[in-house]
Design a protein around this ligand. Structure first.
Ligand code: NDP
Ligand code: 8X3
Length: 249
């Protein structure tokens, strides 16, 4: 039977690539994001039988409720939730960072992810479905300027593991995917629309692509039902770890 995935953050980057990947593999996808024009373009590209779109701000509780209430009956059986919508804002150290940016990251990456998961969990349990959450290497490895972004992604990782515990015996799979550098709109958004800053970060770095992560998600989602990938960390070969820093007198 055709499986249905609910993918947040489908208007760009990893989410948009995931929509194409899952539809290409025969899934139906509910694609969501704020930019309705980009969602409409996905329907034009992939067809209304394969893609149903819901335009909402994931951090707006009332908008999420309205969108879910509007789901046609034939799209209500959700087998896979991909909590991908998210963002980093700012690269400054904590003592210089914007509190507004911090609040937006927490509202989007943590509060909204938790709320959507809470809404869809009963159906996922009923269908023995699956959840894939987009964490990050920033969850595990601190770096300067990563402060609240890294904190939100550490939450996503630990929440995913906690869900695994709570869903014990229910047949629901949960995976935290933790990528390093992927070239998307992520860095442009992080730098408040500065395309040059984004280009400079990725230049010559041979970063991962959104398609790399989408293929990984499809692999995770189509493993035999007795297998669960708990956490999966990926980096481009060009990225690795730096050591501790020491301030000297
Ligand atoms: P993009 O900026 O390309 O895509 C982000 C997506 O999130 C967009 O579709 C955007 O849609 C959506 N989004 C952001 N805020 C909201 C909101 N308030 N309501 C609804 N949708 C929202 O970045 P990526 O594809 O790279 O990011 C996807 C996920 O992957 C994020 O969670 C990110 O933290 C994570 N990640 C990214 C890495 C990278 O290096 N790129 C590495 C590790 C993790 P719209 O603006 O239309 O609402
Ligand atoms: C995005 C990866 O290294 O920019 O989550 O934090 S990184």
């Amino acid at each position: 039977m055709t499986q249905t995935a609910f993918i947040t953050g489908a208007t760009s980057g990893i989410g948009a690539a995931a929509v194409r990947e899952f539809v290409g593999a025969g899934w139906r996808v509910i694609a969501t994001g704020r930019r309705a024009d980009r969602l409409a373009a996905l329907v034009d590209e992939l067809g209304a039988d394969a893609v149903h779109t819901l335009a909402f701000d994931v951090a707006d509780d009332a908008a999420v409720d309205r969108a879910l209430a509007d789901l046609p009956a034939e799209w209500r059986g959700i087998d896979l939730l991909i909590n991908n919508a998210g963002l980093a804002l700012g690269t400054k150290p904590a003592q210089e960072a914007s509190l507004t940016d911090w609040r937006t990251m927490i509202a989007t990456n943590v509060t909204a992810l938790v709320a959507l998961t809470h809404r869809l969990l009963p159906g996922l349990v009923e269908r023995k479905g699956a959840i894939i959450n987009l964490s990050s290497v920033a969850a595990t490895y601190p770096y300067t300027g990563g402060n609240v972004y890294g904190g939100t992604k550490a939450f996503v990782e630990q929440f995913s593991l906690g869900l695994r515990s709570d869903l014990h015996g229910k047949g629901v799979r949960v995976t935290s995917i933790e990528p390093g550098m992927v070239e998307t709109e992520f860095t442009k958004v992080r730098n408040h629309g500065d395309q040059a800053a984004s280009d400079a970060l990725y230049k010559g770095a041979d970063p991962m692509t959104a398609e790399d992560i989408a293929e990984t998600m499809l692999w995770v989602a189509t493993l035999p039902p007795h297998l669960n990938v708990n956490r999966l960390e990926l980096m481009p070969v060009s990225q690795s770890f730096a050591g501790f820093q020491v301030a000297r007198n």
